[in-house]
Design a protein around this ligand. Structure first.
Ligand SMILES: Nc1nc2c(ncn2[C@@H]2O[C@H](COP(=O)(O)OP(=O)(O)OP(=O)(O)O)[C@@H](O)[C@H]2O)c(=O)[nH]1
Ligand SMILES: [Mg+2]
Ligand SMILES: [Zn+2]
Length: 396
């Protein structure tokens, strides 16, 4: 076998191997057992496979520092995973009180401890720590705080996260930014109109939710602006077909709010979606008692619009916590490579075994079962389009 063929064969085997592991994981009902971060599986993978994998050819296709960074992130994630048990982690942490971060802004944060709220700075060592993330602390983090005078404290340690929503950092795309930590589910909020529904963003969030083992619920708001019911139903049909919970709401008329309330009850939920889709309005509708920290931007827009400028964490009167995030115009998918992407599109992975090439990217190969299914209308055009757009952004 020529060197080139040998390398190709190795790559193919490696891809197949990881495909098999992922499929086995899916079969074992990982989705339903939830709360088992995927990074755990990376760690398992590293035992059986990183050691003897053809890393050399793998490394060649990555930026120089990328492999180093991934290994360090993975090993840190692995270590963090090893002590997910919070009680156990507390024993290892310095003495102090445990609290939850409810707000973060430039080097300071608010921590809720036993109903009290402390304004805290971060211990210097924390800032310098190499975590692979651009922010050391995020809303929802469990932290150990030592008191520092009345109503003040210093965050000594950030406890291991049981889950998080992360995205590539806006300024350094090779690093990840933790949007929120320790959440159960992601409520993906879109508006039918104003701003117009953007399915690619929904799909990006779905991939991220799956990658982070967060339950995803889709909420299409402003249904009072739906003019054509058939068009509305058609746009959302792919998500119904995939078994997602899709809510249709109007914060204005109250439609769907009771159902949304049930989705949020007793869970910790992060809301995400473009600016202006109605995230804060929905939360106010669900719980009129909420004091949503919003900022008037009338001086900019002239409309007296309230926009959320930072992540806020609130308890709901019905039980549960919600985290309102500022609108994100774009949302990059972090921590996934191109060959892994089809795994996050259940309807693509379902037919991809029929593709002629084992490592088919489903973009332009001949005899591609995925492209055929799109042409036959069996896979939604919009979903396939999202796949190609996300694929283009991912590292090899
Ligand atoms: N017609 C209609 N308008 C709505 C609805 N929900 C919210 N709005 C309006 O949409 C605008 C934006 O609502 P917000 O709740 O501030 O949106 P947001 O998603 O929190 O926006 P950011 O905080 O900027 O991310 C406001 O003018 C709301 O009154 C709805 O169901 N129907
Ligand atoms: Mg808002
Ligand atoms: Zn294919």
């Amino acid at each position: 076998m020529s060197n080139e063929n040998y390398n190709y064969e190795k790559q193919r085997q490696k891809h197949q191997h990881s495909q098999e592991l992922r499929k086995a994981r899916k079969k074992s009902g990982r989705r339903n057992t939830s709360k088992k971060p995927r990074r755990n599986d990376w760690a398992q993978l590293s035992d059986e496979y990183w050691e003897d994998a053809d890393l050399e050819s793998f490394e060649r296709v990555m930026p120089l520092d990328e492999n180093e960074r991934r290994r360090s992130v993975e090993s840190m994630a692995y270590k963090a995973e090893a002590k997910t048990n919070e009680a156990e982690a507390e024993n290892l942490a310095p003495a102090g009180q445990t609290g939850v971060v409810s707000e973060v802004s430039s080097g300071l944060c608010r921590v809720q401890i036993d109903g009290r709220e402390l304004l805290c700075s971060l211990r210097g060592a924390l800032k310098a720590e190499e975590t692979g993330f651009t922010n050391v602390i995020a809303v929802g983090d469990l932290v150990i705080v030592s008191p520092d005078g009345a109503e003040r404290g210093v965050v000594e340690t950030v406890l291991p996260r049981r889950s998080m929503l992360a995205r590539p950092d806006v300024f350094a795309s090779h690093l990840r930014q933790v949007v929120v930590a320790n959440v159960d589910q992601l409520l993906i909020v879109a508006a039918w109109r104003d701003p117009h529904i953007w399915l690619e963003l929904i799909d990006r969030y779905l991939v991220t939710a799956e990658h982070n083992d967060l339950q995803a619920v889709i909420c299409v708001n402003k249904i009072d602006l739906v003019a054509d019911q058939a068009e509305f139903a058609a746009a959302l049909q792919p998500y119904h077909n995939l078994g997602f919970h899709v809510l249709a709401t109007s914060a204005l008329t109250g439609a769907g709010i009771a159902e949304l309330r049930e989705v949020l009850r007793g869970k910790t939920t992060v809301l995400a979606g473009m600016s202006g889709v109605g995230k804060s309005s929905l939360l106010s509708a669900v719980d009129p008692g909420l004091d949503l920290h919003t900022k008037t931007v009338s001086e900019h827009s002239g409309e007296g619009r309230h926009t959320t400028t930072q992540v806020n964490r609130f308890p709901l009167a019905i039980g549960g916590m919600v985290m309102d995030t500022p609108g994100m115009r774009e949302f990059g998918v972090a921590g996934i490579t191109r060959p892994e992407l089809d795994d996050y599109f259940p309807e693509i992975v379902a037919v991809s075994y029929k593709c002629q090439f084992n490592d088919c990217t489903h973009l332009n190969e001949p005899d591609c079962a995925v492209q055929a299914a799109v042409e036959a209308g069996e896979i939604a055009q919009s979903r396939y389009y999202s796949y190609t757009k996300i694929y283009a952004d991912l590292p090899e």
